[in-house]
Design a protein around this ligand. Structure first.
Ligand SMILES: NC(=O)c1ccc[n+]([C@@H]2O[C@H](COP(=O)([O-])OP(=O)(O)OC[C@H]3O[C@@H](n4cnc5c(N)ncnc54)[C@H](OP(=O)(O)O)[C@@H]3O)[C@@H](O)[C@H]2O)c1
Length: 298
């Protein structure tokens, strides 16, 4: 792109954690994000969503919007499939028709968690629940319909906005004398602002550098693995420095905290391919947690 031209980038899910961070990310000159909330782009109406892509003269679509209620999906699988599977399929077809690429955000919950070490991109997928199945359907559809795609699998997303584990732990730490948190699920907490940074740079390389050799699936999750218990301890410890209140955080097993959806015991993501291909390295999750806690503290 040259001169005064600017490329329009359609971003779905404007109100979500990742959408919010994409809206306020530092986009380079030459890329203009066009944020679309559910009222303009509803993935449960795939045909209408595709029309937004067709009519918008975009250079790229980024799709972080999703049905993200992991437990509710167990009893609402048809809607989860429509929003996470058929919606992305319609976006992918519209992108292919328009000759533009698609960045699709996906999840660690496509894995069953039985691997001993970190997951790489081509490890076998075997989701344990309806949400994971619906997101996997989205991946399969995007690969089939839009060859010029980047699927970015992330994990354990947190930010100062919306509902997430960090905000839940802060509330519980303020209310309860002690906390009990699952210590046998391993993963990588990931700040929505770090996902946004990575998405913007990938968008820059694709649209502004004209990069045409990097289509495929990538992992992008906070550096360093922990458990929900380890994550909770870090949150409570950091908050204690501000409030002086530090309730003990007791480790419990998944069996002691049953949920409608089964979650993988290990969903640690190896992000080496992202670094090798795009020169991008996820930040250590404790550093990004400090950023988010500082933002919440105002
Ligand atoms: N959260 C996690 O821990 C996690 C982990 C791994 C991967 N991911 C993936 O990362 C992406 C971003 O997650 P997030 O945490 O930012 O999600 P989030 O905060 O739950 O936001 C989801 C967004 O999707 C929108 N949405 C829901 N149903 C929609 C529909 N039918 N049509 C259009 N938009 C719809 C929501 O809009 P409303 O505000 O109108 O509801 C919201 O803007 C998702 O693709 C998710 O699958 C998330």
């Amino acid at each position: 792109m040259t001169g005064e031209e600017t490329a329009r980038v359609l971003v779905t899910g404007a109100t979500g954690q990742v959408g919010t961070e994409l809206a306020r990310a530092a986009w380079p000159a030459g890329l203009t994000p066009v944020m679309a909330g559910r009222e303009t782009l509803d993935l449960s109406a795939p045909e209408a969503a595709a029309t937004v892509v067709r009519d918008g003269a975009f250079s790229l679509v980024v799709n972080p919007a999703a049905y993200t209620a992991v437990d509710a999906a167990e009893t609402d699988e048809a809607l989860a499939e429509r929003v996470n599977g058929e919606g992305p399929r319609a976006l992918a077809m519209a992108c292919a028709t328009a000759g533009i690429p698609l960045i699709q955000i996906s999840t660690d919950y496509v894995f069953d968690g039985t691997k001993a070490g970190p997951y790489v991109e081509d490890d076998p997928v075997a989701p344990l629940g309806a949400y994971g199945r619906s997101k996997l359907a989205g991946e399969v559809a995007v690969r089939a319909e839009c060859p010029r795609h980047v699927i970015l699998r992330t994990a354990w997303v947190f930010s100062a906005h919306g509902k997430n584990f960090v905000k839940t732990m802060l509330r519980l730490a303020a209310e309860k004398p002690e906390l009990r948190v699952v210590a046998d699920q391993h993963g990588c907490p990931t700040a929505a602002h770090d996902i946004a940074r990575v998405v913007v740079e990938i968008a820059r390389q694709i649209v502004l550098d004209g990069r045409d050799d990097a289509w495929g699936t990538y992992h992008m999750a906070g550096a360093g693995a922990t458990t929900w218990h380890g994550f909770a301890e870090a949150i409570v410890a950091a908050q204690a420095a501000r409030t002086g209140k530090r309730p003990p955080v007791h480790p419990i097993t998944t069996a002691e905290f049953p949920t409608p959806a089964q979650r993988p015991a290990n969903s640690v993501l190896d992000c080496g391919k992202l670094t090798r291909t795009f020169g991008l390295t996820p930040r250590p999750w404790p550093d990004t947690l400090a950023d988010v806690l500082a933002e919440l503290a105002g």
